[in-house]
Design a protein around this ligand. Sequence first.
Ligand code: SF4
Ligand code: SF4
Length: 547
Amino acid sequence: MSQGAGTTRRLWKFHGGVHPPLHKDISTTLPVRAARLPDRLVLPLHQHIGEPAEPIVGKGEKILKGQMLARPQGYVSAPVHAPTSGTVTDIGNHPVPHPSGLSAPCLVIEPDGEERWIDHQAVEDYTALPPSELRNLIREAGIVGLGGAGFPAYIKYNPGHQKVIQTLILNGVECEPYITCDDMLMREAPQDILGGLRVIQHALQARECLIAIEDNKPQAIASLQQATAGCDDIEVVPVPTVYPQGSEKQLIKVLTGKEVPADGLALNIGVVCANVGTAAAVHRAINRGEPLISRYVTITGGAVAAPRNLDVLLGTPMNALIGECDGDPARIARLIMGGPMMGFALHRHDLPVIKTTNCILAATASDLPPPRPELPCIRCGACADACPVNLLPQQLYWYSKHRNLDRAQEYDLFDCIECGCCSYVCPSHIPLVQYFRYAKGDIWTQEREKEKSDIARRRHEFRQFRIEREKAERKARRARKKADGAQSERERKKAEIQAAIARTQARRQAAMKEAEKRRKAHGRGRQKAMDESPRAPDNAPEKEPRK
Ligand code: SF4
Ligand code: SF4
């Protein structure tokens, strides 16, 4: 526990952390200005965590600045808007800034240089809107976390019906070496940050707001203190400089003393964290009606002669920005998106700036010397002392290296925030974080494979079940048919017998009638004969009896 300089607020400490050389001053001497409009903008459809956006414009279509070009697909997704007016010249795969070095679906725009905006307007009084409507506007504006992760912001600003948000934290810590875009934003546009803070506060109905800034940024602290003067529910909190203080869980611990559960969210403990750049983007969306089409980017490193921050349209090629800062491509030993601790190396220089590009580090060989040969682990424990998540990196390393992934997971591999503190302090130069990334990738691949084989197994089982069921149904049908056949045979015989009986009875009746008829006819004949025969005289002798 400690107190930050310039605040009476009680502060806590998190475990571990390191103090790498920061190299921040080199990019804060020049003011921020807008980057030049390039000849071509490439907009990946997947610039955020979640599902990629789906294009709603066609190739050859004329578009206006701020027009939605691709809509979100599903709940965790974000739309993509036109950074300028012009023509859509292609929709297809293009190289994107990703550690894999692969290409992905993009929209390509040829600017017309006219910067013609689509009709847009500010929300007149956002406090009159229900938080859900405000979140929807933030979603429609395509705003994602600009601190690096790229999680769709509107989801974070939805605490659900049951949760009360006590504290909204604006994260202006920016602890990673070389990166200064948030610092410059805080110095130059504090009102934008404050405007966004108020909107997010309303969306969350948060009770108090803290703006955390590392104490190595005195100008940013002064700027925001001035902007928030008289705001009783907002406190600017300088925090001691230590890497990785800007990680969400570590910052929450420092400011509130609360621990975010390992498998939980900050929301669960009544806290929401937002980056200062995200807050400024929210301000532009709500108070000006402008979607997210640009951001501050630090262009720095020994290979650029005039390192600085530029306000860059999304989709601008990085080599154009390096050129604008008098960079020398021949001197670039490694081009990194982000900082040297958590960023990743890019495989080419013409990749586009995306929503999560906070820094382009054009590093020379002396900025970032090639990794030294890896030596065996000496079990010194320095990595565990430095780990801000209280993990045992040496154990994780052992299990990751030997692909004992179950054991690595038992040692909480997935709690690792890939901050690189362990690698930074390791005397054996073991690239620990690379092992952990690799092991996580392996586990995800295995899980995907397992999921695929589970699906295949379930399909097979269902097929077997279907075959068995059909067999049983056929059998039942046959049995029914047989039973129906036996029944009808019995009925047929019965009917035949009845018909035979009926025939016999009919014959008998007919015979009886005939006999009756004959009998009657016979009786009538005798009578007639008797009537017609000559009568004997009354005195005629009686017939003499035979002798
Ligand atoms: S710091 Fe390096 S050498 Fe020391 S225990 Fe960790 S992995 Fe091993
Ligand atoms: S990279 Fe992971 S294991 Fe290493 S210090 Fe950071 S959180 Fe700990």
